[in-house]
Design a binder for this molecule. Sequence first.
Ligand code: NPG
Length: 369
Amino acid sequence: MRLERVSLRRISLPLISPFRTSLGTEHERPALLVQVTTPDAQGWGECVAGADASYSPEYVEGAEDVLRRHLVPALLSAETVTAHAVAPLLGAVKGHRMAKAALEAAVLDAELRTHGMSFAAGLGALAERVPSGVSVGIMDSVPELLDAVAGYLAQGYRRIKLKIEPGWDVAPVQAVRERFGDDLLLQVDANAAYTPADTRHLARLDAFDLLLVEQPLDEEDLIGHAALARVLRTPICLDESVVSARSAAAAIALGACRVVNIKPGRVGGFLEARRIHDICAASGVPVWCGGMLETGLGRAGNVALAALPNFTLPGDVSASDRFYATDITEPFVLRDGHLDVPTGPGLGVEPLPDVLAGFTTAVEEIRGI
Ligand code: NPG
């Protein structure tokens, strides 16, 4: 395909309620949408970089800058582009995986739309629907948390993930387990808020039969995670530490995790995400799909990815109304605790023009020379 132009669109979506993690509190989601135009199709990608650099070194203005200065020009100057050629074409730029992932997703979307093939089919996924989990933020009190969890379970969510941090861990987990019983699929996510000195404290979570504890330690501390894994009975899952298929293989080889959270943005794109899926499958390591408060565009891709066979745990693929009163696409809705995998060409969803315009704060178009 020849790329004619690339648009960078900034949008800002208000959250229906603040989302608090050990990293901070979010009130709105600033998103950067990448749209590519080829002679035959248009394609969309969503960049998951946040407002600040608290989750990873990337943040939305930084992603926009590297796209504008380096990544988009590298693709526009190539004679032809395919989704599989994007990563090699962008290889001279180190890092910036979220920015690269958005651009690759847009090219993949355009390519698949041109061929009338869905994202799921393109990735090799067969499942028609995926079980939906929900991530529950840190709250001011345990009763407030119990009310929130009860509400999500009433909606049909199949798995609950509690955000934890020092001072909000054993007590809320114990309360949720006692109130909702042993059958509840329950896991926790620390976003790297602990240190190896917290090992004995974290081992207290073993009493609650959790599916996993996610990213307890610093993202660079694979050895520390491996040591923690030898003490905890609860499986350790890595998120921030796994930025590529290579780092996933290293984490598994070191015994740093028994489960992997896959987010296409964090690892540089859907194609690398699928490679991680394959490596984990070959190593007997189950995976699940993480979320970054995506709009319907990013969510559509995540749902397709989560339909691959080694996604054996419910992911953070919630319905649109988990975070947004109005999504920029037709909303994803929970049906019997699942989301349907889109079947239309490409992502299978489109932004609704009027809604998109209403949430847009800036658009920039970059053309080849
Ligand atoms: O369902 O999209 C979702 C949110 C899931 O908790 C969630 N994401 O650490 O995984 C995470 C967390 C997160 C969101 C982290 C946004 C950083 C930014």
